[in-house]
Design a protein around this ligand. Structure first.
Ligand SMILES: [Mg+2]
Length: 208
């Protein structure tokens, strides 16, 4: 069962990286990576209709063949903006976790950031909303500060995913599904570029 949580902000304090033997994680964006973005996803049924089957299979393979923590980090500013209720959003995240399980995979955690653009970040903390790295810091703490962000990956389709992954100190992989990095929202250079989640996963597996 995946842990599904809202993350508004988190502090980087106390997080250590480059520590041998620490747990590694693969962070993954949702929209544009697990589902197509040409339609809105405001209900579980809309998620089902937009899902990319090869992405579910790719996570299943990562689950079987590695011990990476598998964590979704997704901006859902539509919650604060009122495009969907918190209940609808939760139902969509639960549906994704369920579909991953049906495909034979697992998600260790699914974090979403409901913050709208006007959210006031507490002093000393990082915004959960990408391109800030709050969701990554939250993850590092949630898993007993055991996740080594420097030994982890972030996979996403937008510049904000790459920016957040960079800020957190992960290796960043841009995929050409969804916005394919053409959103222009922030200056960020991915470490690697892949066609889709499936090929990004093959790359991670090949690296060992
Ligand atoms: Mg996306």
């Amino acid at each position: 069962m995946s842990s599904i949580q809202a993350v508004r902000s988190a502090s980087a304090q106390g997080i250590q990286t480059n520590t041998p033997g620490k747990q590694r994680a693969v962070f993954m964006d949702r929209d544009g990576v697990f589902n197509e973005v040409d339609k809105h996803v405001n209900t579980p049924e809309q998620l089902d209709a937009a899902l990319i089957p090869a992405s579910l299979a790719a996570v299943a393979k990562l689950s079987r063949e590695t011990d990476y923590k598998l964590i979704i980090v997704t901006n859902q500013g539509g919650v604060d903006a009122g495009f969907m209720t918190p209940e609808q959003n939760n139902a969509i995240q639960e549906r994704l976790a369920q579909r991953v399980e049906e495909a034979g995979g697992r998600l260790d955690a699914l974090y979403f950031c409901p913050n709208g653009k006007k959210f006031q970040v507490p002093a000393g903390e990082a915004d959960g909303r990408k391109p800030d790295a709050g969701m990554f810091y939250h993850a590092a703490k949630e898993f007993g500060e055991s996740i080594d962000l420097a030994d982890s990956y972030m996979i996403g389709d937008m510049s904000t995913d790459i920016g957040a992954g960079e800020k957190a100190g992960t290796t960043t992989l841009l995929v050409k599904t969804g916005f394919a990095g053409k959103d222009g929202k922030c200056p960020a250079t991915p470490d690697f570029i892949h066609d889709d989640l499936a090929s990004a996963v093959e790359f991670i597996l090949a690296r060992g």
